[in-house]
Design a protein around this ligand. Structure first.
Ligand SMILES: Nc1ncnc2c1ncn2[C@@H]1O[C@H](COP(=O)(O)OP(=O)(O)OP(=O)(O)O)[C@@H](O)[C@H]1O
Ligand SMILES: [Mg+2]
Length: 106
């Protein structure tokens, strides 16, 4: 099983996406585009895009504070726009758009 790099983030949260590429069977393909996450005046994620194809292993690389956990929380539906937290994202599972933000925190 090969290691694929799905996305990497630089120290200010900008996208440095480098795709592993290719596709293989064994599960849905997850694609995220233009993921932004900000708390107050602080942008944490700025237009991050990436993908993981079914059956692939994905490594999310970035220095401490780059936003790895923040990105995974958004994709997993653990974050929501509320208070001074603002999130926007386009997420697709096998081409179908899902909205992890609207159910964030549930
Ligand atoms: N709810 C929040 N409110 C304010 N700042 C936040 C919030 N969530 C994350 N941050 C800030 O966003 C930045 C990214 O945090 P995050 O935990 O996503 O980084 P990380 O890449 O997972 O770091 P590490 O490698 O240390 O786990 C940090 O500066 C963090 O303090
Ligand atoms: Mg983390």
């Amino acid at each position: 099983m090969g290691l694929k790099i799905g996305a990497s983030l630089d120290s200010d949260g900008s996208d440095m996406a480098e795709r592993g590429g290719g596709s293989s069977g064994g599960g849905p393909t997850l694609v995220w585009k233009a993921v932004s996450f900000a708390v107050g005046e602080a942008p944490i994620l700025k237009g991050v895009s990436g993908s993981v194809s079914g059956g692939q292993v994905c490594a999310l690389l970035g220095p401490s504070g780059a936003g790895k956990t923040s990105l995974l929380n958004v994709l997993a539906g653990r974050s929501a726009t509320r208070g001074d937290t603002r999130i926007s994202a386009r997420v697709e599972v096998d081409g179908a758009v899902i909205d992890p933000v609207s159910r964030g925190g549930q």
